[in-house]
Design a protein around this ligand. Sequence first.
Ligand code: ADP
Length: 231
Amino acid sequence: MIVVEELSKRYGRTVAVDGLSFAVRPGCVTGFLGPNGAGKSTTMRMILGLDRPSGGRARIDGRPYEALDRPLCAVGAMLEGRSAHPGRRARHHLLYLARSNGISDRRVDEVLELVGLAGDARRRAGGFSLGMAQRLGLAAALLGDPPILLLDEPVNGLDPEGVHWLRALLKGYAAQGRTVLVSSHLMAETALTADRLVVISRGRLVADATVDEFVAGAPSLEAAFLLAVGR
Ligand code: ADP
């Protein structure tokens, strides 16, 4: 379980995240929604220990990310698709990550197959299209077969078949009792994938509810979202 308590982040005068508290539960896909600049990426970076909070805390199964022994086996994360060094071959990028966490080389080939990159394993990441880079980022997130997945805009750049595949994968993970947090600006896609929503605006919590509760009475998720964030 991911728990965020009174989390805040200031960059100079900008308050990116403002006293945010929520919990992401296992067994369902939680969509993380907010307008551009709402603080979604900043929140995810703080959950992953990549940014230091100005206040509050984020915990993964009760511990800060830095305290996890083999982090890739606890949380699979993708913040930016293009996280691999452009000169490194896809398989080598994953091998390096796997070995740093005591994960077998065999698992690297498994995830390459799983994300549809087995045929491109020896190509350099710098030559990948956006969609292929997203798939490589997803492969890295899945490497440790983690009970928690945290993905920032994973649908970006994926082709329709990739979007369909990812939707099934996330739902499948949740059905296995895992915890899945996925940020998105695509309402229709979120409506198809998520069971629950955490909605933020200007760094603050606007809603923490099931999709059905959130949409109740509105004609669509998009309409409910626009109403909730006051746009
Ligand atoms: P979202 O992911 O919801 O689009 P972000 O977390 O990227 O939002 O950004 C939230 C706010 O924090 C924005 O106003 C953004 O400009 C600001 N911000 C994010 N990262 C930095 C940074 N490294 N330095 C300064 N401001 C930042």
